[in-house]
Design a protein around this ligand. Structure first.
Ligand code: ATP
Ligand code: MG
Length: 248
Protein backbone atom coordinates (compact mmCIF):
# COMPACT_ATOMS: atom_id res chain seq x y z
CA UNK A 1 0.00 0.00 0.00
CA UNK A 2 1.41 3.38 -0.87
CA UNK A 3 0.94 6.23 1.57
CA UNK A 4 -2.38 7.99 1.10
CA UNK A 5 -2.17 11.08 -1.01
CA UNK A 6 -4.16 13.87 0.55
CA UNK A 7 -3.34 16.44 -2.11
CA UNK A 8 -5.83 17.44 -4.75
CA UNK A 9 -8.64 15.19 -3.62
CA UNK A 10 -11.13 17.75 -2.43
CA UNK A 11 -12.35 18.46 -5.96
CA UNK A 12 -13.97 15.04 -6.09
CA UNK A 13 -12.60 14.32 -9.56
CA UNK A 14 -12.42 10.54 -9.86
CA UNK A 15 -13.85 10.14 -6.37
CA UNK A 16 -15.39 6.88 -5.19
CA UNK A 17 -18.20 8.81 -3.49
CA UNK A 18 -19.21 12.24 -4.67
CA UNK A 19 -22.05 14.15 -3.04
CA UNK A 20 -23.16 17.49 -4.45
CA UNK A 21 -25.75 19.91 -3.08
CA UNK A 22 -27.43 17.29 -0.92
CA UNK A 23 -30.49 18.20 1.12
CA UNK A 24 -32.45 15.90 3.45
CA UNK A 25 -34.69 15.98 6.49
CA UNK A 26 -37.58 14.34 8.26
CA UNK A 27 -41.26 14.87 7.49
CA UNK A 28 -40.71 18.14 5.68
CA UNK A 29 -38.30 19.43 8.35
CA UNK A 30 -34.99 20.18 6.62
CA UNK A 31 -31.85 18.98 8.44
CA UNK A 32 -29.14 18.96 5.77
CA UNK A 33 -28.65 21.68 3.21
CA UNK A 34 -26.26 21.96 0.32
CA UNK A 35 -23.89 19.26 1.57
CA UNK A 36 -21.06 18.48 -0.84
CA UNK A 37 -18.25 16.08 -0.17
CA UNK A 38 -16.05 13.54 -1.87
CA UNK A 39 -14.27 10.38 -0.74
CA UNK A 40 -11.55 8.76 -2.82
CA UNK A 41 -10.69 5.08 -2.93
CA UNK A 42 -8.75 3.78 0.12
CA UNK A 43 -9.04 7.09 1.96
CA UNK A 44 -10.14 7.45 5.55
CA UNK A 45 -12.36 10.52 5.67
CA UNK A 46 -13.71 11.90 8.95
CA UNK A 47 -17.08 13.59 9.23
CA UNK A 48 -17.20 15.38 12.56
CA UNK A 49 -19.47 17.75 14.40
CA UNK A 50 -21.44 18.15 17.62
CA UNK A 51 -24.75 16.66 18.72
CA UNK A 52 -27.51 17.17 16.22
CA UNK A 53 -25.24 18.52 13.49
CA UNK A 54 -26.74 16.08 10.98
CA UNK A 55 -23.99 13.48 10.67
CA UNK A 56 -26.23 10.45 11.12
CA UNK A 57 -28.83 12.01 8.84
CA UNK A 58 -26.18 12.30 6.13
CA UNK A 59 -25.21 8.63 6.52
CA UNK A 60 -28.88 7.67 6.32
CA UNK A 61 -29.24 9.62 3.11
CA UNK A 62 -26.10 8.03 1.65
CA UNK A 63 -27.34 4.55 2.49
CA UNK A 64 -30.74 5.58 1.04
CA UNK A 65 -32.68 4.92 4.24
CA UNK A 66 -34.09 8.45 3.88
CA UNK A 67 -34.70 10.38 0.69
CA UNK A 68 -32.70 13.41 -0.35
CA UNK A 69 -32.30 16.06 -3.00
CA UNK A 70 -29.06 16.72 -4.85
CA UNK A 71 -26.64 14.27 -6.42
CA UNK A 72 -24.94 11.18 -4.98
CA UNK A 73 -22.52 9.29 -7.22
CA UNK A 74 -20.90 6.11 -5.96
CA UNK A 75 -18.41 4.11 -8.05
CA UNK A 76 -19.48 6.30 -10.96
CA UNK A 77 -23.17 5.40 -10.59
CA UNK A 78 -26.05 7.63 -9.58
CA UNK A 79 -27.32 5.99 -6.41
CA UNK A 80 -30.00 8.57 -5.55
CA UNK A 81 -32.76 6.41 -7.11
CA UNK A 82 -31.59 3.25 -5.33
CA UNK A 83 -33.28 1.46 -2.44
CA UNK A 84 -31.19 0.83 0.71
CA UNK A 85 -30.76 -2.79 -0.39
CA UNK A 86 -29.48 -1.73 -3.81
CA UNK A 87 -27.02 0.75 -2.28
CA UNK A 88 -25.82 -2.01 0.07
CA UNK A 89 -25.40 -4.37 -2.87
CA UNK A 90 -23.34 -1.68 -4.62
CA UNK A 91 -20.90 -1.82 -1.69
CA UNK A 92 -22.05 1.09 0.45
CA UNK A 93 -22.27 -0.35 3.95
CA UNK A 94 -23.35 1.54 7.07
CA UNK A 95 -22.28 0.50 10.59
CA UNK A 96 -25.02 2.26 12.55
CA UNK A 97 -24.83 4.45 15.61
CA UNK A 98 -25.58 2.31 18.68
CA UNK A 99 -24.31 -0.83 16.86
CA UNK A 100 -27.80 -2.37 16.46
CA UNK A 101 -26.75 -5.99 16.67
CA UNK A 102 -29.12 -8.92 16.74
CA UNK A 103 -28.78 -9.33 20.52
CA UNK A 104 -30.27 -12.80 20.74
CA UNK A 105 -28.10 -14.21 18.00
CA UNK A 106 -24.52 -15.41 18.39
CA UNK A 107 -21.55 -13.32 17.33
CA UNK A 108 -21.01 -15.64 14.38
CA UNK A 109 -24.63 -15.46 13.23
CA UNK A 110 -24.45 -11.66 13.43
CA UNK A 111 -21.39 -11.75 11.19
CA UNK A 112 -23.12 -14.09 8.77
CA UNK A 113 -26.07 -11.67 8.62
CA UNK A 114 -23.64 -9.16 7.14
CA UNK A 115 -22.94 -11.61 4.33
CA UNK A 116 -26.60 -12.41 3.64
CA UNK A 117 -26.45 -11.20 0.05
CA UNK A 118 -23.37 -13.27 -0.80
CA UNK A 119 -23.60 -16.77 -2.21
CA UNK A 120 -19.85 -17.49 -2.36
CA UNK A 121 -19.86 -19.74 0.72
CA UNK A 122 -16.16 -20.52 0.63
CA UNK A 123 -15.18 -16.86 0.44
CA UNK A 124 -17.66 -16.04 3.22
CA UNK A 125 -16.03 -18.73 5.37
CA UNK A 126 -12.59 -17.29 4.66
CA UNK A 127 -13.85 -13.78 5.50
CA UNK A 128 -15.27 -15.06 8.78
CA UNK A 129 -11.82 -16.34 9.74
CA UNK A 130 -10.30 -13.05 8.55
CA UNK A 131 -12.67 -11.20 10.94
CA UNK A 132 -11.52 -13.41 13.82
CA UNK A 133 -7.97 -12.51 12.85
CA UNK A 134 -8.79 -8.78 12.88
CA UNK A 135 -10.81 -9.08 16.09
CA UNK A 136 -9.46 -12.03 18.13
CA UNK A 137 -11.96 -11.34 20.94
CA UNK A 138 -14.81 -12.07 18.53
CA UNK A 139 -13.19 -15.39 17.65
CA UNK A 140 -13.06 -16.32 21.33
CA UNK A 141 -16.71 -15.35 21.69
CA UNK A 142 -18.09 -16.60 18.40
CA UNK A 143 -20.82 -18.71 20.09
CA UNK A 144 -21.73 -16.04 22.67
CA UNK A 145 -24.95 -14.03 22.27
CA UNK A 146 -24.19 -10.59 20.88
CA UNK A 147 -26.36 -8.98 23.56
CA UNK A 148 -24.01 -10.27 26.25
CA UNK A 149 -20.87 -8.68 24.79
CA UNK A 150 -19.16 -5.66 26.32
CA UNK A 151 -19.61 -2.31 24.58
CA UNK A 152 -16.23 -2.57 22.87
CA UNK A 153 -16.89 -6.12 21.73
CA UNK A 154 -20.28 -5.05 20.38
CA UNK A 155 -18.61 -2.33 18.34
CA UNK A 156 -16.13 -4.90 16.99
CA UNK A 157 -19.04 -7.18 16.12
CA UNK A 158 -20.88 -4.36 14.33
CA UNK A 159 -17.77 -3.45 12.33
CA UNK A 160 -17.06 -7.09 11.47
CA UNK A 161 -20.69 -7.60 10.41
CA UNK A 162 -20.32 -4.61 8.08
CA UNK A 163 -17.06 -5.98 6.69
CA UNK A 164 -18.68 -9.37 6.02
CA UNK A 165 -20.73 -7.61 3.35
CA UNK A 166 -17.45 -7.09 1.44
CA UNK A 167 -17.97 -3.31 1.36
CA UNK A 168 -16.35 -0.87 -1.01
CA UNK A 169 -17.11 1.99 1.39
CA UNK A 170 -17.61 1.36 5.10
CA UNK A 171 -19.44 4.18 6.88
CA UNK A 172 -19.02 3.92 10.65
CA UNK A 173 -21.26 6.07 12.86
CA UNK A 174 -19.86 6.98 16.30
CA UNK A 175 -17.31 4.19 16.50
CA UNK A 176 -15.75 5.36 19.77
CA UNK A 177 -18.84 6.50 21.68
CA UNK A 178 -18.86 5.23 25.26
CA UNK A 179 -15.76 3.06 24.85
CA UNK A 180 -12.61 2.97 26.98
CA UNK A 181 -9.51 4.57 25.42
CA UNK A 182 -7.69 1.23 25.24
CA UNK A 183 -10.53 -0.27 23.18
CA UNK A 184 -10.70 2.79 20.95
CA UNK A 185 -6.98 2.39 20.36
CA UNK A 186 -7.52 -1.20 19.17
CA UNK A 187 -10.36 -0.14 16.87
CA UNK A 188 -8.19 2.58 15.34
CA UNK A 189 -5.52 0.00 14.54
CA UNK A 190 -8.15 -2.15 12.88
CA UNK A 191 -9.22 0.83 10.75
CA UNK A 192 -5.68 1.03 9.40
CA UNK A 193 -5.70 -2.69 8.63
CA UNK A 194 -9.09 -2.46 6.89
CA UNK A 195 -7.91 0.42 4.74
CA UNK A 196 -4.73 -1.47 3.87
CA UNK A 197 -7.01 -4.21 2.52
CA UNK A 198 -8.52 -1.67 0.12
CA UNK A 199 -11.70 -0.69 1.95
CA UNK A 200 -12.50 3.02 1.96
CA UNK A 201 -13.75 4.45 5.27
CA UNK A 202 -16.08 7.32 6.15
CA UNK A 203 -15.75 7.76 9.90
CA UNK A 204 -18.41 9.77 11.73
CA UNK A 205 -17.40 10.95 15.17
CA UNK A 206 -18.28 13.44 17.86
CA UNK A 207 -14.70 12.94 19.06
CA UNK A 208 -13.17 15.39 16.62
CA UNK A 209 -9.57 14.95 17.71
CA UNK A 210 -9.75 11.17 17.52
CA UNK A 211 -11.32 11.13 14.06
CA UNK A 212 -8.91 13.71 12.63
CA UNK A 213 -5.94 11.88 14.10
CA UNK A 214 -6.71 8.75 12.07
CA UNK A 215 -8.20 10.34 8.92
CA UNK A 216 -6.54 11.62 5.76
CA UNK A 217 -9.13 14.35 5.27
CA UNK A 218 -12.06 15.69 7.22
CA UNK A 219 -15.31 17.57 6.98
CA UNK A 220 -16.79 19.51 9.88
CA UNK A 221 -20.56 19.77 9.99
CA UNK A 222 -22.64 22.32 11.89
CA UNK A 223 -26.41 22.72 11.67
CA UNK A 224 -26.66 20.51 8.61
CA UNK A 225 -23.93 22.22 6.60
CA UNK A 226 -20.26 21.58 5.96
CA UNK A 227 -18.41 24.48 7.58
CA UNK A 228 -14.77 23.35 7.35
CA UNK A 229 -12.99 20.81 5.19
CA UNK A 230 -9.45 19.87 4.33
CA UNK A 231 -6.53 17.62 5.14
CA UNK A 232 -6.98 16.25 8.65
CA UNK A 233 -3.65 17.66 9.82
CA UNK A 234 -4.66 21.14 8.58
CA UNK A 235 -8.03 20.94 10.35
CA UNK A 236 -6.32 19.98 13.62
CA UNK A 237 -4.20 23.13 13.23
CA UNK A 238 -7.10 25.37 12.13
CA UNK A 239 -7.71 27.97 14.88
CA UNK A 240 -11.50 27.96 14.35
CA UNK A 241 -11.66 24.16 14.59
CA UNK A 242 -9.36 24.14 17.61
CA UNK A 243 -11.50 26.73 19.41
CA UNK A 244 -14.86 25.15 18.61
CA UNK A 245 -14.04 21.44 18.82
CA UNK A 246 -10.72 20.77 20.46
CA UNK A 247 -11.09 23.01 23.51
CA UNK A 248 -7.81 24.75 22.67
N1 ATP B 1 -36.04 10.31 12.93
C1 ATP B 1 -36.00 11.64 13.09
N2 ATP B 1 -37.13 12.39 13.01
C2 ATP B 1 -37.09 13.72 13.14
N3 ATP B 1 -35.96 14.43 13.35
C3 ATP B 1 -34.82 13.76 13.46
C4 ATP B 1 -34.77 12.33 13.33
N4 ATP B 1 -33.48 11.94 13.47
C5 ATP B 1 -32.77 13.06 13.68
N5 ATP B 1 -33.57 14.15 13.67
C6 ATP B 1 -33.12 15.55 13.85
O1 ATP B 1 -32.17 15.83 12.85
C7 ATP B 1 -31.12 16.65 13.39
C8 ATP B 1 -29.78 16.00 13.09
O2 ATP B 1 -29.71 14.77 13.81
P1 ATP B 1 -28.58 13.70 13.54
O3 ATP B 1 -28.96 12.50 14.32
O4 ATP B 1 -28.36 13.56 12.10
O5 ATP B 1 -27.33 14.43 14.19
P2 ATP B 1 -25.89 13.87 14.54
O6 ATP B 1 -24.91 14.84 14.01
O7 ATP B 1 -25.77 12.47 14.12
O8 ATP B 1 -25.89 13.97 16.14
P3 ATP B 1 -25.17 13.02 17.24
O9 ATP B 1 -23.73 13.44 17.26
O10 ATP B 1 -25.87 13.37 18.51
O11 ATP B 1 -25.35 11.60 16.82
C9 ATP B 1 -31.42 16.84 14.86
O12 ATP B 1 -32.02 18.11 15.01
C10 ATP B 1 -32.40 15.74 15.16
O13 ATP B 1 -33.29 16.12 16.17
MG1 MG C 1 -25.45 10.71 15.10
Amino acid sequence: MSAPNTEGKTSGAGALLKVAGLGAGYGGMPVLSDVSLAVSKAEIVALVGGNGAGKTTLLRALSRVIGSTGAIAFSGRDIAPMTPDEAFAAGLVHVPEGRQLFDRMSVEDNLLMGAYRRDDDQAVGRDLERMYGLFPRLGERRRQLAGSLSGGEQQMCAMARGLMAAPVLLMIDEMSLGLAPVVVEQLMEVLGAIRAQGVTILLVEQDVHLALSVADRGYVMESGRIVHQGAAKDLIDDPAVRRAYLGL
